[in-house]
Design a protein around this ligand. Structure first.
Ligand code: PLP
Length: 392
């Protein structure tokens, strides 16, 4: 097959034409957005328009959007003991995260490792809100300070949608704050920070068709203050993130967010039917789909066939023209065991075969059917004892 089929949209999505056009236009803006002259004000206007578009995507106020170098930086920025609210001026000494978070949340931001606690998930990868609530009540009884809690809106490996609204209810009842990593959700399915109850939300441009290396941390209220910014200096982003802004990247992010808001509803319906077609095909083989009984993103499927290792499958699928991922996309290149599947209780020999397909609006039915054919070919090779010319 000469044509490539890109099935790794959770790793990164192709650039939307609107984002490309906005970036090309912004590259020629000479002004520094902090300068007061006309050139500076023109660059500033581009940033502020993008801020409005990104804010609108998640129902935020533009002034509460802090642009960053990506989802990773926004997560690390959010996980700070030095967050201040009108009710809590003394900061945080405890971070609770789910067992299936992205590595940039699991690393704990500026919290020391002994201050970080993990909340378990079910066999389908859904965060155990009962366990979270019990722990919060226990901490309250012990007279501990309310924690910062970080739970993702949807998992990057399984696509499982997490019950962030329910989490927000119990976290707020205990006087805590909720951070939501919405990187895989923003622009794919509706996500409103107020409805979700997210005090802080992370989004990333390149997952929704914007450029790589741009993201945002979004506050629900202007009264939440990042008292010790990760980068301090020039006072940009209302003092929350110093450094001359990535004007072209931010312009691309804004354009991608506006475009995603328009196409999201129709795209997600079509993607769901393609994903269901894929999984109906996989069900004709001994393939296990992880998180199948949970509510999931319409574009994601993580699966494995007993005996087929992810490295073998990845290399052979790549040779056949398919770009897919094994487990976590961010750790692709090295095929490491998935902490997500381990937290779901999946045995190591099965999780070692986990392959993630994540699709986007360009994908058509025929490409799903071609993938299924390739998968069946791999499995047939396996049942012949792996002597069918499979690499690795
Ligand atoms: N959070 C989640 C859930 C992700 O999937 C990723 C990237 O894969 C990130 C955060 C990091 O985002 P970025 O690549 O913009 O640093």
């Amino acid at each position: 097959m000469s044509e490539r089929v890109y099935l790794d949209w959770n790793a990164t999505a192709p650039l939307r034409p609107e984002a490309r056009a906005a970036m090309i236009a912004a590259f020629d803006l000479v002004g520094n957005p902090s300068s007061v002259h006309h050139e500076g004000r023109t660059a500033r206007q581009v940033i502020e328009e993008a801020r409005e578009r990104v804010a609108a995507l998640v129902g935020a106020e533009p002034r509460n959007v802090v642009f960053t170098s990506g989802g990773t930086e926004a997560n690390v920025m959010a996980l700070s003991p030095a967050l201040e609210t009108p009710e809590n001026k003394s900061g945080f000494d405890r971070l609770m995260t789910s067992a299936v978070e992205h590595a940039s949340v699991r690393a704990g931001g500026s919290f020391a490792s002994h201050q970080v606690e993990e909340i378990p998930v079910s066999g389908d990868g859904v965060v155990d809100i009962g366990a979270l609530e019990r722990r919060l009540i226990e901490l309250q009884r012990q007279g501990a300070r309310p924690p910062l809690v970080s739970i993702m809106a949807a998992n990057n490996e399984t696509g499982v949608i997490e019950p962030v609204e329910a989490a927000a209810a119990v976290v707020h009842a205990a006087g805590g704050l909720l951070h939501v990593d919405a990187v895989q959700v923003a622009g794919r399915i509706p996500f409103d920070i107020s409805r979700a109850g997210a005090d802080l939300t992370t989004v990333s441009a390149h997952k929704l068709g914007g450029p790589k290396g741009v993201g945002a941390l979004i506050k629900r209220s202007a009264t939440l203050h990042l008292a010790e910014p990760l980068l301090s200096g020039g006072g940009q982003e209302r003092g929350a993130r110093a450094g001359t802004e990535n004007v072209a990247g931010i312009a691309g992010f804004g354009a991608a967010a506006a475009s995603a808001a328009v196409t999201m509803a129709a795209d997600s319906e079509r993607l769901r039917s393609l994903r269901d077609r894929l999984e109906a095909g996989l069900a004709r083989s001994p393939t296990v789909v992880f998180g199948r009984n949970a509510e999931r993103l319409p574009n994601t499927s993580l699966f494995a066939a007993p005996g087929l290792r992810a490295e073998t499958a990845l290399i052979n699928l790549d040779l056949m023209g398919f770009a897919v991922s094994s487990g976590s996309a961010c750790s692709s290149g090295k095929v490491a065991a998935s902490h997500v599947l381990a937290a779901m209780g999946v045995p190591g020999d099965l999780s070692a075969g986990a392959i993630r397909l994540s699709i986007g609006p360009h994908i058509v039915e025929n490409e799903i059917d071609l993938f299924l054919k390739a998968w069946m070919k791999l499995l047939a090779g396996l049942s012949k004892g792996g002597k069918s010319g499979l690499a690795a």
